[in-house]
Design a protein around this ligand. Structure first.
Ligand SMILES: *[C@@H]1O[C@H](CO)[C@@H](O)[C@H](O)[C@H]1NC(C)=O
Ligand SMILES: *[C@@H]1O[C@H](CO)[C@@H](O)[C@H](O)[C@H]1NC(C)=O
Ligand SMILES: *[C@@H]1O[C@H](CO)[C@@H](O)[C@H](O)[C@H]1NC(C)=O
Ligand SMILES: *[C@@H]1O[C@H](CO)[C@@H](O)[C@H](O)[C@H]1NC(C)=O
Ligand SMILES: *[C@@H]1O[C@H](CO)[C@@H](O)[C@H](O)[C@H]1NC(C)=O
Ligand SMILES: *[C@@H]1O[C@H](CO)[C@@H](O)[C@H](O)[C@H]1NC(C)=O
Ligand SMILES: *[C@@H]1O[C@H](CO)[C@@H](O)[C@H](O)[C@H]1NC(C)=O
Length: 314
């Protein structure tokens, strides 16, 4: 554990010295007039360096140290079983960690549903992350260019489970989640059993997890205590970020933008896959405090503890 942390802290130093040496070479070569970009700056290295330009390891570690004091990853991602069996219990932290399908990842994308993603062309950037987390309904099919196609974990909410109970589930959607994890990160919903039955019958390789702890209340308390922001009902998006900060080193958020227009005055849809206008929905929403949540995430973005993408990807 300690070794891993130390290794991580050392990384920026080596990256720094690599870029410093590169700079020296660039200057020397260009002085000689035979500067060749590819020779001294291999593409792969350039990619790594450019990814870390925005990321501040210290700031991200600081957040992680805080969230880890209150959230143990495995406790919020335990394999679901019905009826609850002895095997879903655990005595030690080690046992808990061994049971959870969620590990630790270097780079994670959290893909929200915001209309800001439409025509973003961010698909490839999203898929370049080691671990891709998607929130709620989010279809992938026919939106690949903007939202990517990789999916490792989907965090479903009460709305999703309610719809499933009433209308069933789209088999194409479920198939798109083959070889991944579907998580309900709150601790109780009767409809989870329905989801579990459907997945069992589908013969797809999908692991369902839920939490043994009152995650929403813990998230509410966390941001109230650390940012003095009281959120009566934190969104699935913010809950997902809060939990992901315990198991991802570098986090990029996509589709998190609760406004009617983007910075370029483009009118946005509420969801990238629906025709309703964002403004109408956000104006009438009384359940979630989107502006305050956005303020929190924006301040973490400014500290470079995370990156919130609200523009097209080039
Ligand atoms: C990284 O974040 C830490 C803590 O917020 C800050 O002290 C430091 O100056 C930042 N480093 C850079 C290069 O921005
Ligand atoms: C985070 O915690 C680790 C381990 O306790 C510590 O070494 C590190 O300095 C902390 N980092 C920050 C930025 O607080
Ligand atoms: C994430 O999912 C993709 C398929 O969508 C898979 O190829 C990859 O191995 C998964 N990564 C992890 C870390 O599980
Ligand atoms: C689901 O993934 C497995 C590989 O783990 C594959 O054998 C199977 O054909 C896939 N099912 C569907 C319906 O795509
Ligand atoms: C089932 O999916 C998990 C990811 O959730 C993957 O690690 C595992 O290899 C898959 N199993 C099979 C048999 O494909
Ligand atoms: C939120 O924090 C304030 C202090 O900043 C405290 O008085 C209040 O009880 C907290 N509320 C909850 C629900 O934790
Ligand atoms: C967006 O609209 C505002 C107010 O109507 C205007 O002041 C601003 O210049 C516009 N921005 C762009 C990029 O068109």
């Amino acid at each position: 554990m300690e070794f891993a942390v130390r290794k991580r802290l050392l990384r920026p130093v080596s990256l720094f010295s690599v870029s410093f040496l590169t700079m020296v070479f660039v200057v020397l070569y260009s002085l000689q007039g035979n500067y060749k970009k590819r020779m001294i700056f291999p593409v792969s290295q350039h990619k790594r360096a450019s990814r870390s330009v925005w990321h501040n390891v210290t700031a991200a570690d600081f957040i992680r140290n805080m969230t880890r004091k209150r959230f143990l990853t495995c406790r919020h991602f335990l394999p679901y079983s019905y009826p609850a069996t002895k095997s879903s219990e655990f005595r030690t932290e080690k046992q808990c960690t061994r049971r959870s399908p969620v590990g630790h990842y270097r780079t994670c994308a959290i893909v929200g549903n915001g209309g800001i993603l439409l025509s973003s062309g961010c698909g490839m950037k999203i898929d370049s992350n080691e671990f891709v987390i998607r929130v709620a309904h989010s279809p992938i099919e026919s939106f690949e260019k903007d939202v990517g196609q990789k999916v490792n974990l989907t965090v479903v909410n009460d709305v999703f489970l309610g719809k499933l109970q009433k209308k069933g589930i789209d088999p194409n959607w479920l198939r798109s989640r083959n070889n991944s994890i579907i998580s309900y990160v709150l601790n109780h919903n009767n409809n989870l059993k329905t989801l579990n039955d459907v997945v069992r019958k589908s013969h797809l390789n999908i692991t369902i997890t839920n939490s043994k702890y009152p995650t929403r209340a813990l998230v509410r308390k966390f941001w109230n205590d650390t940012r003095k922001t009281f959120l009566e009902v934190p969104t699935a998006g913010l809950i997902t970020y809060t939990l992901a900060s315990t198991f991802c080193d570098v986090i990029t958020l996509y589709g998190f933008y609760p406004f009617g227009q983007d910075w370029n005055n483009r009118t946005l849809l509420y969801h990238y896959y629906q025709s309703g206008l964002a403004k109408i929905f956000f104006d009438k929403n009384k359940l979630h405090d989107y502006p305050s949540e956005h303020k929190i995430l924006k301040s973490l973005h400014n500290l470079k503890a995370l990156k919130m993408v609200t523009d097209v990807c080039t």
